[in-house]
Write a protein that binds this ligand. Structure first.
Ligand code: IVH
Length: 673
């Protein structure tokens, strides 16, 4: 067998095995190999597909960690419209639905399901291959987000078993609560604003342009219906079971996620069960759905313009509780934004004890006319932090003091400002207000910004308090000796690690640098867009308001924020120092051609996975420095640049031809030194 045939066969084998393990892990929750073994196989597959791109399928397991970037999601028609459900809020309304159905067609069987609180998705399979994932959109047509859908691990890329040649599975993409909490913990660590609720975050995640970003979020899904010309049975319930056999994640009857009944009492019992049990579920549901089981009867009943006559949703009441407002405290964020927080007498609400509620801003406080000691109504909607929705004014004590929004920063005493058109107050003392200093540095070193290992919130606070750093540029002047001088807790190893981590961040792309420096309103996505459109930070610094507003995604608020940031002498100085420290100040993709000739005349073969570069990024880095990239090792190859998990065959070949193999650090020294 030729090397090529061998590769093709191995790619097929690895793909099959990886999908099988993926299914066991994410659908059945019963893995049979370790994560490490899984990663090893995935890396092997990645390397093979890299060498033999002609064998890489769009449904390869490697696409689960992110395929091609989509700029604009194409709009496509749904083969069958995606209807919505009519809602009901009481037992009477559900009973009336059953009566309506039975008047028309007599007694029948109903399926009861959970109403998942996520984002509807339609998944088309042809010959068992996922060909398209489309959002609900307006019901007639939606956005084609196939590449993003492929990153949802519990959605099969290839079906198994006795599936029909053409089938559409519909379901809900959502976050499990634990995963959502993990995401927010990370954001808290990075000093970023928390995501409000799982549903909106799921919707936002699916609209990311880079599937790699979607993959990192860890979305999940449940299938709730099948559509197609040749479904296995005429029972909805049985079809869902079939979908499970084909590899879909479907509701588990053993946990009462789906059940059949033929009486109103049966439906009421299911609703009563989940009204209580929902709080302990691993995901959010906002009700239950009742559907006629028999597809022929469904057809007979038909639909109205918007919703089927054969189904109804029962929505749970949002839970409320009444408790005492003890105090309002004010938090200062990294951008100086002041967030009022209501401190409450602890109260049990939807299964958790609530002690705090967000108050958003001064207007909110005024609107509620809050007084200290008020009995307030708190509600837990989809939001993580409950909100105050009302005040029991008639229970207010006569001399209760009104809540007054402070005029000065609670941390540094500076007079607060409120910008035109914004609801939030800010502390303008950017460079001396302690939570702002620390917040900015914490943000800067975060995983999605400069990704500096070993620098958490505590260490940053320690360094600021010791007077070693007061801004992000100071990080690059730190020395091992200074850290050792801090004494307790610092050793050669940890000090060296931190300094090495800081040094390594110099190769982080400018897109992330722009995000990291923390311009108000310039988040990850906006930073990426701006950096790519403008190319260089110094150009951005010189742009006028009109020029900024002409950029994609930049409106007046962002433009002003950028202008304000660079108008501040202190910020300009910091950026200048970062430049002198060697941080990237322009985008990699060489619009301006090579920027250096350190690698002139050198040919590289690149293999494996890198810490600080994407696959394309490393090639761009070589070319920008005047080098060439080649796909296979020959006597003309100057270096093999090896990342983690380089394929063994390449290593052997390099040794045979005596081509030096270098790693990422060595490569960085070559282009920096
Ligand atoms: S059936 C024609 N079943 O609720 C009915 N929908 O308002 C099609 N949803 O957009 C939907 N859980 O995203 C159905 N078990 C479930 C559901 C469910 C959640 C969502 C779905 C749909 C919306 C309908």
């Amino acid at each position: 067998m030729s090397e090529r045939e061998q590769a093709q066969r191995r790619i097929a084998e690895l793909s099959r095995e990886l999908e099988e393990h993926n299914h066991r892990y994410y659908v059945l929750a019963a893995p049979t190999i370790s994560d490490r073994e899984f990663d090893r196989m995935l890396k092997e597959l990645e390397a093979l597909e890299h060498t033999w791109p002609e064998f890489a399928s769009p449904n390869s397991p490697t696409q689960r960690v992110g395929g091609d970037i989509t700029k604009d999601f194409p709009v496509v028609m749904h083969r069958y419209p995606m209807l919505s459900l009519s809602n009901s809020y009481s037992a009477e309304e559900v009973a009336a639905f059953v009566a309506r159905v039975e008047k028309e067609i007599g007694r029948t069987t109903y399926v009861m399901e959970l109403k998942y609180d996520g984002v509807a998705i339609s998944l088309s399979y042809v010959n068992g291959e996922l060909v398209r994932g489309v959002t609900r959109g307006d019901g007639e047509k939606g956005d084609d987000i196939t590449n993003n859908v492929r990153t949802v691990r519990s959605i099969p890329l290839r079906l198994r078993g006795d599936f029909p040649p053409v089938v559409e599975a519909r379901g809900e993409i959502l976050f499990m609560r634990a995963q959502f909490d993990r995401l927010n913990e990370e954001r808290a660590k990075d000093g970023e604003e928390l995501y409000a609720n799982p549903r909106n975050t799921a919707a936002g995640s699916l609209k990311q342009q880079d599937p790699k970003d979607v993959a990192k979020r860890g979305l999940d899904n449940f299938i709730y219906t099948l559509q197609g010309p040749d479904l296995p049975t005429t029972s909805h319930f049985e079809n869902i079971r079939a979908a499970h056999r084909w590899g879909f994640k479907t509701p588990d009857p053993g946990r009462r996620f789906i059940e059949r009944t033929d009486s109103v009492e049966g439906i009421m019992a299911f609703i009563a069960h989940w009204d209580k049990a929902r709080h302990a579920l691993e995901m959010d549901i906002d009700g239950v759905v009742v559907k006629v089981d028999d597809l022929r009867i469904q057809d007979e009943l038909g639909t109205t313009a918007k919703s089927p006559r054969w189904a109804i949703a029962y929505k749970f009441q949002a839970e409320q509780a009444v408790t005492r407002l003890n105090e309002v405290t004010y938090q200062v964020g990294r951008t100086g934004a002041i967030t009022p927080v209501a401190n409450l007498e602890p109260v049990l609400l939807a299964g958790t004890t609530v002690k705090r509620a967000s108050l958003h801003n001064a207007d909110q406080i005024a609107k509620l006319d809050l007084h200290i000691g008020d009995q307030v109504q708190v509600e837990k909607g989809g939001e993580i932090i409950p909100k105050i929705v009302g005040v029991l004014v008639d229970q207010r004590e006569t001399h209760a003091p009104p809540v007054v929004f402070p005029e000065n920063c609670p941390e540094c005493g500076t007079r607060l400002v409120r910008y035109d058109g914004e609801a939030q107050h800010y502390c303008p003392n950017e460079h001396a207000c302690p939570p702002q200093i620390m917040g900015r540095i914490e943000h800067f070193v975060g995983r999605r910004m400069m990704a500096i290992d070993g620098l958490g919130a505590e260490t940053v606070a320690e360094l600021v308090n010791a007077g070693l750093i007061a801004n992000v540029a100071d990080l690059y002047d730190l020395t091992v000796d200074q850290l050792l001088g801090l004494g307790k807790g610092w050793g050669e190893k940890s000090a060296n690690q931190v300094i090495a981590g800081i040094a390594a961040s110099r190769v982080i792309p400018v897109e992330q640098v722009l995000f990291a420096i923390g311009i108000r309103h310039v988040g990850e996505t906006v930073a990426k867009k701006i950096a790519r459109a403008v190319g260089r930070l110094d150009r951005l610094m010189a742009m006028t308001r009109e020029e900024l507003m002409a950029l994609d995604e930049v409106g007046g608020v962002i433009a002003d924020s950028i202008l304000d940031f660079f108008a501040a002498e202190g910020n300009r100085r910091i950026v200048e120092r970062l430049r002198r420290h060697g941080l990237r100040m322009e985008v990699e993709a060489g619009s301006a051609g090579p920027v250096g000739d350190k690698l002139k005349g050198k040919t590289f073969v690149v293999s494996g996975v890198f810490k600080h570069y994407s696959r394309d990024g490393v090639k761009e880095a070589i070319e920008r420095n005047g080098g060439k990239v080649s796909g296979s090792i020959s006597s003309k190859t100057s270096y093999v640049l090896a990342g983690a998990d380089m394929g063994p065959s390449k290593r052997v070949k390099a040794e045979e031809l005596k081509v030096p193999v270098i790693d990422e650090d060595e490569f960085n020294r070559m282009i920096e030194g």
